[in-house]
Design a protein around this ligand. Structure first.
Ligand SMILES: CC(C)(COP(=O)(O)OP(=O)(O)OC[C@H]1O[C@@H](n2cnc3c(N)ncnc32)[C@H](O)[C@@H]1OP(=O)(O)O)[C@@H](O)C(=O)NCCC(=O)NCCS
Length: 142
């Protein structure tokens, strides 16, 4: 658990579910082909993945990140800060918490995907020291 700028970052607990999903929806991170309930069930509290939440002093879930790894690469998903809590370093803190989670598991590299409809957020990550990855990402629905 870490506290930065009044935000306490800790692993997801069962009682966070509704607030986390509401945060993701409010941040525009839920798309029709991803069920947030299933995403939480698959990731939270697992050996290779977790959902971290940032809780304000008044007990509100104001930030989140889902983090996981396959031993080689770590991935961040659902990076979110509530609109009325932005600009206070919570985004930086929740990304740092995910990086720390991966470092603690000796994962050498972190990656994340930005939807092309959200390309402007790239500057947030470059400001945190992330580099744009010169890769073509392929996918298939299974
Ligand atoms: C992106 C997001 C997480 C940033 O959260 P935040 O709490 O406002 O970020 P911080 O206050 O920690 O900002 C850290 C730095 O990034 C900068 N920054 C924040 N948002 C930015 C943006 N959209 N573009 C460029 N820079 C940005 C801040 O100015 C700050 O810079 P500074 O340290 O030099 O002052 C938040 O805007 C959000 O939840 N957006 C909607 C969901 C989303 O798009 N998630 C990413 C999916 S890939």
């Amino acid at each position: 658990m870490a506290t930065t700028e009044g935000l306490t970052i800790r692993p997801f607990e069962a009682g966070d579910r509704a607030a986390v999903i509401a945060l993701w929806r409010a941040c525009g991170l839920v798309v029709p082909h991803n069920d947030p309930e299933t995403d939480i069930d698959r990731a939270a509290g697992r050996a290779n993945s977790d959902v971290l939440v940032g809780v304000t002093a008044d007990g509100r879930v104001a930030a989140s990140v889902m983090v996981g790894h396959d031993g080689h690469r770590g991935w961040l998903y659902y990076v979110a800060v509530a609109a009325d809590a932005r600009g206070r370093g919570h985004g930086r803190a929740i990304v740092a918490a995910a990086e720390a989670w991966l470092r603690a598991r000796e994962v050498p590299k972190a990656q994340l995907l930005i939807r092309d409809t959200n390309a402007a957020v790239r500057d947030f990550y470059t400001g945190l020291g992330w580099d744009e990855s010169p890769r073509i990402v392929m996918e298939r629905r299974l």
